[in-house]
Design a protein around this ligand. Structure first.
Ligand code: CTP
Length: 222
């Protein structure tokens, strides 16, 4: 698949779900892998948009492509929907929060002597939502979905399940239990699995090199 006639959306970073005006639920994603992919894809594609959750702004200052900041998982889904177009490749390197508090307290929650229970509700699955939009609208039929999987156990098996359930063309599987790669690190080691079952290993290297490897696989294998 050539990218020079394609719009590419790359997502990166965590999302943030507020509990009250001073507290939120989030995760340890730094956004570095998403930025590395955006950098690598930008050189190859027609148009690139990087949609990111709350990340260190210095990581994206001066980037030559459009960057859109969002906060929650629902915000990220809405931002992606606004950018949908035919001939699109969506690379979901973000780590959107899967749950959000049922209600956000308008005032700071004061501590008591009791345990505190916060009820959480499911957020939408962004990739599954876009897969369903893709099927419902003919103009979006050719959108290509690429996912990531952050796993700590049964890495390949869980990755394969996500590839199938999220209707992906390809998934990049990360073992985030390792301290020398993954979240926050400048290094990564990724196993790429294609929808046809082919597996390609990108051994421990910088996130920049992994990103270039992933873009080359998209161009050569999809
Ligand atoms: N993802 C998504 N919408 C969500 C959560 C995740 O589209 N609400 C995407 C991620 O960007 C990634 C892929 O789905 O490309 C897998 O994310 P991951 O966090 O590994 O898995 P989950 O689907 O959230 O499943 P679990 O947390 O149970 O492992």
């Amino acid at each position: 698949m050539q990218l020079n006639d394609k719009k590419v959306i790359v997502t990166g970073g965590p999302t943030r779900e507020w509990i009250d005006p001073v507290r939120y639920i989030s995760n340890a994603s730094s956004g570095k892998m998403g930025i590395a992919i955006a950098d690598a894809a930008y050189k190859q594609c027609k148009e690139l948009v990087f949609i990111h959750g709350p990340i260190d702004g210095s990581l994206i200052s001066g980037k030559p492509y459009r960057c859109k900041g969002v906060e929650s998982t629902v915000d990220m889904l809405e931002a992606i929907k606004q950018e949908l177009s035919p001939n699109l490749v969506l690379i979901m390197a973000a780590a959107p929060a899967d749950y959000k508090p049922v209600t956000k307290s308008p005032t700071k929650i004061k501590k008591t002597n009791e345990n505190l229970i916060i009820e959480l509700q499911r957020n939408p699955d962004i990739l599954k939502t876009i897969a369903s939009i893709k099927k419902q609208h003919q103009e979006f039929n050719n959108i290509v979905l690429i996912g990531f999987a952050a796993e700590t156990t049964d890495v390949i098996a869980y990755g394969k399940t996500k590839l199938v359930e999220k209707e992906l063309a390809m998934i990049c599987i990360n073992d985030v239990s390792r301290s020398d790669t993954g979240f926050g690190s400048d290094f990564n080691e990724v196993t790429v699995m294609l929808a046809n079952g082919k597996i390609i290993n990108l051994h421990r290297m910088t996130k920049k090199e992994v990103a270039e490897g992933i873009i080359n696989i998209i161009i050569n294998e999809l």
